[in-house]
Design a protein around this ligand. Structure first.
Ligand code: NAP
Length: 324
């Protein structure tokens, strides 16, 4: 017979949002249970150097930061379960979440913090050189390209913002787009076109990320011109893939309201979703900022909102009982 775990706060996801929600919920004596999923630590587990998370004067590693968050969450009383939420039922309370292990989790409130994944081109060379010159986050890794040449792949807002951001560090930024027009907002396009450090390369796709050595470094990109078929090499020291993100929300489809890109809709300035008692924090509901520190911030809000929700509910139940 499968196990049933009952909790006041079930947190799904073990990135900065999930761990921070756990720390706050545990310190509010709510004894949270956190499902750590397939990739505990989230996107920071594939990030190497982290220099923008406050509190660390020295450069730290992404996995180290996540280990610390996990240890802190456990230290204050979170029960971490290495299980993956496979199906959820938010139609009635307590909410029911079934794990890959077969365990049924019954929860008074739920915090969804399953994050998002950067979309990649899908090239073997891109996978091999990830973290060694291939990145999907200019804010995280741009600093390491001071005075160097970098490329950004993509034509949306993210690609243009990343390209503009990278001009603070890099000597030259090449934006590579597969078509002859960007889909980014016009105001961003104007800034991009006017920037002296940025060059645009249209109608090109990356066929291979070139690089190697020990330690591995990126040395260039092999590009194919989609109009002429010509293949050429662009020498670069780093490449940022900015072709969009995919929120990890497939299990929640039909349970909470999502936007047309699959992100969970929350009330502005809050983590409240379309279901009372279900909260969403971090990249699963934020397609704009996507930083570890902003995810942690919304994780904190989610736990505080869950606590307030349970307190109000208990008060209302008490009042109703007194009136009978
Ligand atoms: P996006 O708007 O979906 O753009 C993705 C870009 O990548 C497109 O230009 C697309 O090309 C290109 N692309 C997709 N797959 C590719 C592939 N396999 N190879 C080469 N290129 C590929 O994604 P985003 O820029 O990350 O933005 C996501 C959402 O967040 C959007 O709603 C955006 O407006 C929003 N956002 C807003 C801001 C802001 O308001 N400042 C900042 C960032 C993001 P095509 O154009 O040819 O399809």
């Amino acid at each position: 017979m499968a196990e049933t775990i009952r909790t006041r706060v079930l947190i799904i996801g073990a990135g900065p949002a999930g761990y921070t929600a756990a720390i706050y919920a545990a310190r509010a004596s709510l004894e949270p249970v956190l499902l750590s999923g397939l990739q505990p630590g989230g996107q920071l587990m594939i990030t190497t150097d982290v220099e923008n998370y406050p509190g660390f004067a020295q450069t730290i590693q992404g996995p180290f930061l996540m280990e610390q968050m996990q240890a802190q969450a456990e230290h204050v009383g979170t029960r971490i379960v290495h299980d993956l939420a496979m199906s959820v039922d938010f139609s009635a309370r307590p909410f029911r979440v079934t794990g890959d292990s077969g365990t049924l989790y019954m929860a008074d409130t739920c915090v969804i913090a399953t994050g998002a994944q950067a979309r990649w081109l899908g090239l073997p060379s891109e996978t091999r050189l990830r973290g060694a010159g291939v990145s999907a986050c200019a804010t995280c890794d741009g600093f390491f390209y001071r005075g160097k040449r970098v490329a950004v792949v993509g034509g949306g807002n993210t690609a243009v913002e990343e390209a503009l951001y990278l001009t603070h560090h890099a000597e030259k930024v090449t934006l590579i787009h597969r078509r002859g027009a960007l889909r980014a907002e016009k105001i961003l396009q104007r800034r991009l076109f006017a920037h002296p450090k940025i060059e645009l390369v249209w109608n090109r796709v990356v066929e291979e990320v070139l690089g190697g050595g020990q330690p591995q470094v990126v040395t260039g990109l092999r590009l194919r011109n989609l109009e002429t078929g010509a293949v050429g090499t662009l020498p670069v020291d780093g490449v940022f893939i900015a072709i969009g993100h995919r929120p990890n929300t497939s299990e929640f489809r039909g349970q909470v309201e999502l936007d047309d890109e699959g992100y969970i809709l929350t009330k502005p300035g809050q983590t409240t979703t379309s279901v009372a008692g279900v909260f969403a924090a971090g990249d699963v509901q934020d397609k704009h900022w996507r930083q570890a520190v902003t995810a942690a911030g919304t994780g904190c809000i989610a736990a505080l909102e869950a606590e307030r929700f349970l307190t109000l509910e208990a008060a209302e139940t008490g009042l109703a009982a007194a009136a009978e």
